[in-house]
Design a protein around this ligand. Structure first.
Ligand SMILES: N[C@@H](CCC(=O)N[C@@H](CS)C(=O)NCC(=O)O)C(=O)O
Length: 279
């Protein structure tokens, strides 16, 4: 992998790397913050998955995670949200599909199946790469994300028990198989048979028996996508029915932006650190 940039922050290093992805069949960028503790030994890893229209850069620029990551001694990795660039099929006018809208799934339909394999990328390829190249303790991983990235974090945690010791989300898309901004994308990536969509829907994965030990979710009450796109009540119902301890907090007056995400970032990192770092 090629170092694109490196800058000291909070005693650690905020870096961006670029590499040729075999899962996505294109070059991919990712951001990684290494806390100062990484200079003395491998540190736990917290994966942060971003939402629609984002790249590896949004959370790095606006997520305000570095102080808490340095204080807790965890690395934060922010991957891109889709394959992108020359030769990657896209709908440039559509912000809910294609570039910036990979939905953390492995597409099965032409022409998307060649590149849009974000599940394999996040679950297999990128962890193997960073494990080889960076001072990370891969036996201690957590995952979180925002909106489409909250969907990605929760579904990956549900499907890979034991891989992620902790999972949380800011304003996650809880039931993408029925939400207006994700249904068309699911159909294009996965085909018309909705049975194939269940593997990428948190509420349906829970209904099908998948579990996480516990789950932290924050949601702003002034989020314009709250009832059409996000619907935390569906996740709450699924978790209650399944007996999954969910800490869902509705945050009065907060919208969908990084002003909301950054406000609660330190609390989420502390939640993960409690589960990743033995007292
Ligand atoms: N472009 C959309 C908004 C998309 C949006 O809010 N994306 C969220 C994730 S779902 C985000 O994080 N955007 C990038 C940013 O705020 O930096 C619109 O015009 O309504």
């Amino acid at each position: 992998m090629e170092l694109v940039s490196s800058s000291k922050a909070f005693g650690g290093q905020q870096r961006v790397y670029r590499h040729d992805s075999s899962a996505c069949a294109c070059p991919m960028n990712f951001a990684v913050f290494l806390p100062p503790q990484a200079e003395v030994g491998p540190v736990p890893v917290l994966w942060y998955l971003s939402g629609l229209t984002c790249t590896h850069q949004n959370a790095m620029d606006k997520g305000e995670y570095r102080a808490a990551a340095a204080a807790n001694g965890v690395a934060i990795i922010c991957p891109d949200t889709s394959p992108r660039g020359e030769g990657v099929p896209d709908e440039p006018e559509n912000w809910q599909f294609g570039s910036g809208a990979g939905f953390y799934l492995d597409a099965t339909q032409a022409p998307y199946a060649t590149n849009y394999r974000m599940e394999s990328y996040i679950r297999d390829e990128l962890p193997a790469l960073v494990a080889r190249e960076l001072p990370l303790d891969m036996s201690r991983q957590g995952i979180f994300g925002h909106s489409m990235g909250g969907h990605g974090a929760i579904t990956l945690a549900l499907k890979n028990p034991g891989r992620y010791a902790s999972v949380s989300a800011f304003a996650p898309i809880t039931q993408p198989s029925t939400a207006g901004w994700s249904r068309p994308a699911f159909e294009k990536y996965l085909g018309p048979d909705e049975a194939a969509w269940r593997a990428y829907d948190a509420t349906l994965l829970i209904a099908d028996g998948h579990r996480v030990p516990d789950l932290l979710v924050d949601q702003g009450t002034a989020d314009g996508f709250l009832q059409e796109g996000l619907r935390p009540q569906l996740l709450e119902l699924a978790c209650t029915t399944a007996g999954i301890p969910l800490t869902l907090t509705m945050r009065e007056g907060y919208d969908h932006s990084y002003n909301f995400v950054s406000t609660f970032m330190a609390q989420h990192i502390a939640w993960h650190a409690e589960r990743l770092i033995p007292a």
